[in-house]
Design a protein around this ligand. Structure first.
Ligand code: ATP
Ligand code: MG
Length: 373
């Protein structure tokens, strides 16, 4: 069975295109910059490129440039000589030397300090290694550099946090891995793949995804991309007892709240009518009668628009009178109109004017109302 990371799962056009780009990149020695959000598979691409290249006889070494202090990062990359700092008891070979003939994958390259960027640039230009504490260039190495970042380097260049010359050095071949939400057609295949991988790993029967659960998982945003999906599936596989994963098994962050409480339109019409009566006949306020059910989505925007239209019919298009009809204080006029506008429920008043005797227009049109509630 193939471990994950050995090949790209997915058959969207984007993934197929990336596979071609990987093959093409593997044929040359050019430096590569891989960009994309966290967890999209940048490291997977780097490994594939190395494996398909003639360098696969030698090592692919990885270094994460984030979170290491400069001194440590420098010694990791370039090595150090004995006695060059406290604790340097013996000479140490850096990763660039160890990767000679192979590839180095520099992850989160966007986090490097300006000083480290200068050192890296010098290495890229000369291929020479100077160990920390060494007084001259020790050796020349032949290493292919693949760098990755989830940062927008162009923005970092603009803010002078990333060297433009280094950017152009690294960015000879540029691969971009789009987030999962932009290639949702890959989600079923990834789910299936990781269900298989983790049930085999944990020695349990592979659970089936119920169609409604699958639909929810495809619709979910996956901010942590493939890594999030993979970890999520491992947890599901471990928790599952029934062999079927239905919507009930999915955590609440994956299932969006239903847009409207599941009531029939007829039931909602009755609810809206009784609310209308409570305001118009019972003189209860709109804020007590309508506000909460609307915010709880027990009534839709269409219901609210219908209620407003019914009121405007009675007031012949006057929002000022409507405010009072709906049991509110005259001073609530702006707050009410802003509320309608915010929820896109304002109804144009003009068509109600022609229903009867036109009133002198002393109101502000709905559109022009501004200010806070
Ligand atoms: N297309 C894919 N097929 C199979 N596995 C994948 C795929 N994309 C990502 N993965 C898996 O998802 C996880 C995250 O991928 P990877 O580490 O390459 O992401 P990344 O882009 O380097 O993230 P970060 O920016 O956080 O370092 C890994 O376990 C990897 O094996
Ligand atoms: Mg990574």
């Amino acid at each position: 069975m193939k471990e994950d990371g050995e090949h790209l799962i997915g058959s969207s056009a984007v993934i197929r295109e990336l596979e071609l780009e990987v093959q093409y990149a593997a044929r040359s020695d050019a430096k590569i910059l891989i960009t994309g959000e966290s967890g999209v598979g940048k490291e997977v691409l780097a490994r594939l490129i190395h494996r398909q290249s003639y360098r696969s006889r030698n090592q692919l070494l990885t270094i994460n440039c984030a979170g290491l202090p400069d001194s440590l990062l420098e010694s990791e990359l370039f090595g150090h000589v004995r006695g060059s700092f406290t604790g340097a008891y013996r000479d140490k070979t850096g990763l660039l030397e160890l990767a000679h003939g192979g590839t180095i994958f520099m992850d989160e390259v966007g986090e490097m300090s300006l000083r480290m960027q200068a050192l890296l640039l010098r290495f890229l230009e000369t291929g020479e290694i100077q160990r920390v504490g060494g007084d001259k260039a020790q050796s020349r190495v032949d290493v292919r550099v693949i760098a990755a970042t989830n940062r927008n380097l162009v923005e970092k260049i603009a803010s002078r946090d990333f060297r433009e010359d280094l950017y152009y050095r690294l960015n000879v071949i540029h691969l971009t891995v789009p987030p999962m939400r932009d290639r949702r057609e890959d989600i079923p295949e990834l789910l299936e793949h990781f269900l298989r991988v983790y049930s085999e790993r944990h020695g349990v029967a592979k659970p089936q995804l119920a169609p409604d659960a699958l639909a929810q998982l495809v619709a979910y945003r996956w901010p942590g991309n493939v890594r999030e999906l993979k970890n999520f599936i491992e947890r599901l596989v471990l928790k599952n007892r029934t062999g079927v994963i239905g919507v009930a098994e999915l955590p609440s962050e994956i299932i969006p709240p239903p847009p409207v409480a599941p009531q029939t339109q007829q039931a909602r019409n009755q609810l809206v009518s009784s609310m209308y009566e409570r305001m118009v006949k019972g003189h209860e306020s709109f804020w007590t009668v309508v506000y909460e059910p609307f915010m709880l989505r027990d009534m839709t925007r269409d219901d609210l628009r219908a209620m407003v239209s019914r009121g405007l019919e009675q007031t012949r298009g006057s929002y000022r009178i409507l405010v009072q009809l709906f049991g509110m204080d005259v001073a609530d006029y702006k707050r009410f109109l802003n509320f309608l506008r915010k929820h896109d429920c304002q109804v144009p008043f003009q068509r109600f004017r022609s229903l009867g005797r036109p009133e002198p227009s002393n109101e502000e049109p709905v559109r022009e109302v501004s200010g806070s509630r």
